[in-house]
Design a binder for this molecule. Structure first.
Ligand SMILES: [Zn+2]
Length: 726
């Protein structure tokens, strides 16, 4: 049986390879390079520069890959399609913001593997590792990207004309901390989006699309079904490839045969819930000031895409970011607000930012939730039920209790999949605190993903194997440095979405329509809708229960890096506790105004610096320079309120009659919620310093008496004679 399954998989695999060979060409080896740092605005001058053929790099530790002795000069008149040196892995160049220009002139062939290409669209799929990427087609800038927006499928021609040429230039800038790389460069011929929009059924005869479908079948079908598929697929008449119409007829026969076996429906019974997402780090390899700009661009991009793709639902977590948008871009905030009301923009998260969760105090966790939920309620009239912490480096065991107390029933992360030693066992589980509080918890797909049908199907099949559920959530959109879903992702979804329109009216075998597409139903959803559906399942109570912390076995250095951030955080947590306590007592005893706005403001500064790349110390140095200014501001304002509150309280204390005429009153206050025993350390006034040079004499000079005039033992500190201990 196993042998038969292997044969079936091989047969289907060969068909996939054949279909891809008709539609894809690896073009990584065709690039020429020029390492001038000429800006994009002077692209026309590039023709006068010498161009090299990059040396191949096939291992994982390349150094600068462009030997100067391999340069070859070309002019714009020469065909730049020089003999490609086979590059099997990637093109790399030096780190440190170094510019690399790449150039390639593509000649559109008449056919691939004899399959005619006329009127198909041509896309160039690129994947890079670069701080900046600019792609020019025939001299025109068509796409930009960076380290996180690191791949693109650039439309080179809507409909190709064999013999036509397309010139592509790419300006890449290496990261400051790492060498740059171009890892993937492939030309893909596929059905034009406009054609398929008008005639959806034609989509079935797109060879690249069909290759992906076969790969999806491989993921979902049982062994016997896969064998049936292999037998049918083996009958595809590849000799007809040279005549598109005739070959389409062969594919038509394939679809009919597959339909009779009901194989597509077996897959269409599954469902994929899609949700647009853009992970937005408040700071990391960039400073906070840049994050505000990135957020604006990301949100505007989503809103723009929703005009053409109204089905797109997007979610975002961070109230600190919404607040910045509200204050600086009220127009944009208003649009987001209306989308939240319409249900196409989902508020998730519930915390002020997505914080580090292992280092912060219980009070800080409570404040993250308090200020986060309060903002959502004040500005949007709703709170969220979902804790959204995809990138936080581990979670304390008491978190479910905090979450439940903040009205949160669900917890979403993906980070534990990063564990380097112990594989976390549950994609879906109840997470329970020691007090019995439970939240339904989801390990989502990795963040930053696009829409790649085969990858999603692979994930879906694995999800079903682990959870028994035939529906799963797919978060989609460029992240870390913002970005979100792209037009190409949404167009690709529409290509695959057709089958979801009427799965119950599956066509008869004599009508081949888009309903024959083998893919799970696709539907945009909100995270809360998806999680509530799972919660309402009868089987949800039987999900595994996790009664422990969720420790991330990775990023371990983050607890010993940038100790200053840890110190400031802990100091400010303690300071703010006392500030609030004393200000509250001052208000209660004297009716003076409670400095609510100032305290909220400094709390929010602390909460912001608890972000999961600031407090752990995982950002660039510039981020900490800014963070330290904020910590200092918190300490300054906090101490001012602290001091002012004390002065107010002192003024209202009725002091007893002093036991001696030169006595000074000292008030000792225990700010903690329990009785304490301990040594009080008292700094002596400046004017006694001369006397205290002789400790023994000074010890006799100073006495501490309680309010009844009884002497309390005291002594000067040996290490600091200006301090009296009692
Ligand atoms: Zn992050």
């Amino acid at each position: 049986m196993e042998q038969n399954s292997k044969i079936a998989n091989n047969l289907v695999g060969e068909a996939i390879a054949q279909l891809l060979a008709c539609t894809e060409i690896d073009t990584l080896g065709n690039w020429q390079s020029c390492d001038t740092n000429l800006p994009a605005s002077q692209i026309a001058q590039l023709y006068s520069f010498p161009w090299n053929t990059p040396a191949p790099q096939s291992n994982s530790s390349p150094s600068n890959s462009f030997p100067s002795n391999s340069s070859q000069s070309i002019s714009s008149e020469e065909s730049p399609n020089l003999p490609p040196e086979k590059i099997t892995e990637k093109i790399t160049w030096a780190k440190g913001s170094q510019v690399l220009w790449l150039r390639q002139k593509l000649l559109i062939p008449t056919a691939l593997q004899t399959y005619p290409l006329a009127d198909l669209s041509l896309r160039l799929a690129l994947t890079w590792w670069a701080a900046s990427a600019q792609i020019f087609v025939d001299g025109v800038l068509v796409q930009e990207g960076d380290l996180f927006d690191a791949q693109a499928r650039i439309l080179l021609r809507e409909k190709v004309l064999p013999g036509d040429t397309v010139e592509v230039m790419v300006r890449l800038v290496s990261p400051s901390h790492d060498q740059g790389a171009l890892m993937r460069s492939r030309c893909i011929y596929e059905l034009p989006y406009s054609t398929f929009e008008n005639s959806p059924d034609l989509q079935l005869f797109d060879l690249h699309f069909m290759a992906d479908q076969l790969a999806v079948y491989q993921q979902y079908l049982a062994e016997d079904q896969l064998q049936q598929l292999a037998e049918i697929t083996d009958k595809i008449d590849w000799d007809l490839l040279g005549d598109r119409e005739q070959f389409n007829l062969s594919l038509d026969r394939w679809y009919r045969a597959v339909s009779t076996l009901d194989l597509p429906r077996a897959i269409q019974n599954h469902k994929i819930h899609l949700l647009g997402h853009a992970h937005l780090d408040m700071a990391w390899l960039w400073e906070v000031a840049e994050t505000w700009q990135v957020a604006q661009r990301t949100f505007e991009s989503v809103i723009h895409l929703q005009e053409d793709f109204p089905e797109l639902i997007f979610c975002h977590s961070t109230p600190a970011l919404y607040q910045w948008i509200e204050q600086h871009r009220p127009d944009l905030f208003q649009i987001i607000h209306s989308k939240v009301q319409q249900g196409t923009w989902e508020l998730v998260g519930g915390m002020w930012i997505e914080p580090e969760m292992n280092l912060i105090s219980g009070e800080s966790i409570a404040r993250q939730l308090l200020y986060g939920q309060q903002y959502f309620l004040d500005k949007f009239g709703q709170t969220t039920q979902i804790a959204w912490l995809p990138d936080t480096f581990g979670f304390c065991a008491s978190l479910p209790q905090f979450l439940k107390l903040a009205g949160i029933n669900y917890f979403v992360t993906q980070k534990l999949d990063w564990n380097d030693t112990t594989k976390f066992p549950h994609p879906l589980f109840w997470w329970e605190s020691a007090d019995g509080s439970r939240v339904l918890s989801l390990m989502s797909n990795p963040i930053g993903e696009g829409f790649e049908p085969v990858k999603i199907a692979t994930y879906g099949a694995a999800w079903q194997a682990k959870t028994g559920l035939d529906s799963h959530l797919w978060l989609m959109g460029v992240g870390d440095h913002g970005g979100g879903p792209s037009r190409d992702m949404l167009e690709t979804i529409r290509r695959w979405q057709l089958n979801s329109q009427a799965p119950n009216s599956f066509p008869k075998e004599d009508i081949i329509t888009s309903q024959n597409i083998a893919f799970p139903q696709l539907q945009f959803t909100t995270a809360i809708d998806y999680l509530e559906k799972i919660n309402n399942l009868e089987t949800s109570s039987k999900l595994p229960v996790w009664r422990d912390e969720l420790y991330l076995e990775f990023h371990r250095g983050c607890y010993t890096t940038h100790g200053d951030q840890k110190y400031f955080n802990r100091y400010c947590e303690g300071l703010l506790y006392e500030v609030e306590l004393l200000a509250a007592i001052a208000t209660l005893t004297t009716n003076q105004n409670y400095p609510q706005a100032a305290i909220t403001d400094i709390w929010k500064k602390v909460l912001f610096n608890q972000f999961h790349d600031i407090l752990p110390g995982t950002s660039i140095a510039e981020v900490f320079a800014t963070a330290n200014q904020d910590w200092q501001a918190v300490i300054k304002i906090g101490k001012e309120i602290w001091e002012a509150s004390w002065q107010t309280i002192f003024s209202k204390i009725n002091l007893p009659i002093l036991p001696q005429k030169d006595a000074q009153p000292i008030i000792v206050f225990n700010s903690l919620n329990w009785q304490r025993k301990g040594v009080v350390s008292l700094a002596l006034p400046d004017r006694i310093l001369d006397v205290s040079l002789d400790i023994q004499k000074a010890d006799q000079t100073w006495q501490i008496l309680d309010s009844n005039g009884q002497i309390i033992p005291s002594q000067l500190s040996i290490s600091d004679p200006n301090t009296l201990l009692f």
